[in-house]
Design a binder for this molecule. Structure first.
Ligand SMILES: NC(=O)c1ccc[n+]([C@@H]2O[C@H](COP(=O)([O-])OP(=O)(O)OC[C@H]3O[C@@H](n4cnc5c(N)ncnc54)[C@H](O)[C@@H]3O)[C@@H](O)[C@H]2O)c1
Length: 236
């Protein structure tokens, strides 16, 4: 028996990085996995025996398509991992308006649209788990003004949605990764790791994925509106 047996899980930004790791872990735990991404993810869908849907999280029309195709294929939606995201450094004196708006659109509006797209199905089912991937940048200041703004918004939207959807047995939680070994990991962070991460290392994407699996599963049945930090102690 897997911990996600029979569950249908949508994971955005799952063609690589943490989303891909989560797709693999979810399938190993027994879930049917819907891989979505703006880049091709057929290879991941093939690996996990699931479905790939081309998807830009900033488009409400494309969210409707993801929900419709998932329901047509599997008949229900038990989990959504709002994982897709983009990163750009730059403080308040460096970031451009265009960059700021683009990051907010993907990281913040994309998460809002995702929660909104699956809510009706989960409410009707009287069950569901939404996991929003924020960041340590959504818990402290960081010289990446747009990224930090978007990840603080994900943190706050998670609390708000948890309060709204909890009555329907739909749980909403956020995960806050630190320095994870994916294409997004900033270059030149060795001194930060050495001086500021108590565990003195970066993390494999699976180490975030395991926490996401917990939140998706029934073992987390009373965990709602929580934030789980996965950062080796960076912001402790
Ligand atoms: N890597 C880190 O150190 C780190 C730390 C904290 C938080 N995070 C967060 O973790 C999540 C996963 O990032 P990752 O580390 O796997 O990086 P990644 O760049 O490998 O993966 C991000 C994925 O999101 C997809 N994506 C980007 N824009 C999209 C859009 N508009 N619509 C759909 N998909 C889109 C990309 O194509 C990519 O596959 C992100 O939300 C990121 O902000 C990462």
């Amino acid at each position: 028996m897997g911990t996600l047996d029979g569950k249908v899980i949508i994971i955005t930004g799952a063609s690589r990085g943490q989303g891909e790791a989560e797709a693999v872990l979810a399938a190993q735990a027994g879930a049917k996995v819907v891989v979505t991404d703006i880049i091709d993810g057929q290879h991941v869908a093939k690996e996990v025996g699931g479905l790939f849907i081309s998807h830009d999280v900033t488009s409400s029309e494309q969210w409707a398509n993801v929900v419709q195709k998932t329901l047509a294929a599997y008949g229900r939606i038990d989990g959504l991992v709002n994982n897709a995201g983009i990163w750009k450094p730059g403080g308040v004196t460096q970031a451009t308006e265009a960059e700021f708006r683009q990051i907010i659109d993907v990281n913040q509006v994309g998460v809002f649209l995702g929660m909104q797209a699956v809510a009706a199905t989960m409410i009707a089912q009287k069950s569901g788990s939404i996991v929003n991937i924020s960041s340590v940048a959504g818990m402290r200041g960081l010289r990446a003004i747009a990224y930090a703004a978007s990840k603080w918004a994900v943190h706050g939207m998670t609390k708000t949605a948890a309060r709204e959807l909890g009555a329907h047995n739909v749980r909403v939680n956020s995960v806050h990764p630190g320095f994870i070994e994916t294409d997004m990991l900033p270059q030149g962070i060795e001194s930060t790791i050495a001086n500021q991460v108590p565990m003195q290392r970066t993390a494999d994407a699976k180490e975030v994925g395991e926490v996401v699996m917990f939140l998706l599963g029934d073992a987390a049945s009373y965990v709602n509106g929580a934030e789980i930090i996965v950062d080796g102690g960076f912001i402790a």
